[in-house]
Design a protein around this ligand. Structure first.
Ligand code: IPM
Ligand code: MN
Length: 354
């Protein structure tokens, strides 16, 4: 295991920089406690940089990032810029450019009081969504013809390749096996209406033959949303398409306490991977020191886990749990009464006490 990690940091837009700052403080303390070092290189790319320079995500930046150990991203999105332009360039640019084909999104309730479901405990909400991250409607095949006229045509293709589907399904089977809990994998799709998704049905069955210890389950995405609310305890590992994964993990984020706590890893196993909170840039809270950085801090423990520092990762997770369970913590929203930096202080204090 290396003892020094080079991390590319894109703090990004809106609340991105302030939550990233707390996440990196936690990372520094963790490194100090565990005896490894971290070199962060900050990249300015995001909406502010685009507005100032017209530059999005140049190839040489992508190339440089490829040589680092991991990428940390705060949040991207700014209402002053055309919808989706910088998100596509920076978030999708990194996901596609680094071929980060897995978007790993754990849904785990860390403090019971934050669960919006009646009668559910922390034991009931503990699953992981493996979202495909480089294909589907996100592949960028589509556009608008004769825009603004009566003959306007708009289309966007859902693209699934055998290789792309197979590798993410395989990763999901491995995840179910490693979790070693309910030993089952749920495929979520809409193959009854979107017949192209039959490729998911077939590859899921094919790859599944190699995992006789993992039970295979299937749900259409509409039903999966219902079950996530009704019986979250029946979920263990889920694999799904890029778009459905995007949608169901916002629902999952709410089940685990809200966007203030949900983190994700954009992973290409063994290669440079990217970690980020699931929430957006929340422009209205920018610079106010009111946003909860717990999701951003959770992204740090996912990063350390992927880098092989699993005991440090577990400590951050424990520290977060401890902070959230404190009696005076009643919310992880911007109105929690706890400032962004105080959240960071609290996690660091809990870490030092472990
Ligand atoms: C996410 C986000 C992105 C996505 C947006 C910002 C393009 O919602 O990471 O979940 O749709 O993937
Ligand atoms: Mn999303």
């Amino acid at each position: 295991m290396t003892n020094n990690y080079k991390i590319a940091v894109f703090a990004g837009d809106g609340i991105g920089p302030e939550v990233t700052q707390e996440a990196l403080r936690v990372l520094d303390v963790t490194a100090e406690l565990a005896g490894f070092t971290v070199d962060c290189k900050h990249f300015p790319h995001g909406s502010e940089h685009y507005l100032a320079t017209g530059e999005l995500l140049p190839d040489d930046v992508l190339e440089e990032v490829r040589g680092m150990d991991a990428v940390y991203l705060g949040a991207i999105g700014d209402p002053r810029v055309e919808v989706g332009l910088v998100e596509r360039a920076v978030i999708a640019g990194l996901r596609f450019g680094l071929d980060l084909y897995v978007n790993l999104r754990p849904i785990r309730l860390m403090a019971e009081k934050f669960c919006p479901l009646k009668g559910k405990t922390a034991r009931d909400i503990d699953f992981v969504v493996v979202r495909e991250n480089t294909e589907d409607a996100y592949a960028g095949i589509g556009g608008i013809l004769k825009k603004g006229t009566d003959n306007e045509v708009a289309m966007q293709q859902m693209v699934y390749t055998r290789q792309g589907v197979e590798r993410v399904i395989r990763y999901a089977f491995e995840t179910a096996r490693k979790r070693d809990r309910q030993k089952k994998l749920l495929l979520v799709d809409k193959a009854n209406a979107i017949r192209a998704q039959d490729i998911w049905t077939r590859i899921f069955a094919e790859v599944g033959e190699e995992y006789p210890d993992i039970e295979r389950e299937h749900a259409y995405v509409d039903a999966a949303c219902m079950w996530m609310v009704k019986n979250p305890e029946s979920f263990d590992t889920v694999v799904t398409t890029n778009l459905f994964g995007d949608i169901i993990t916002d629902l999952g984020a709410v089940l685990q306490g809200g966007m203030g706590v949900a983190a994700s890893g954009n992973i290409n196993p063994g290669k440079v991977s990217l970690f980020e909170p699931i929430h957006g840039s929340a422009p209205k809270y920018k610079g106010q020191n009111v946003s909860c950085p717990i999701a951003a801090i959770a992204a740090v423990y996912m990063m350390l886990d992927e880098l092989g520092q699993s005991s440090s990762a577990a400590k951050i997770e424990q520290a977060i749990e401890k902070v959230l369970s404190s009696e005076d913590v009643t919310s992880v929203s911007a109105s929690s009464g706890i400032s962004t930096s105080e959240w960071g202080d609290r996690v660091i204090e809990a870490l030092r006490q472990l």
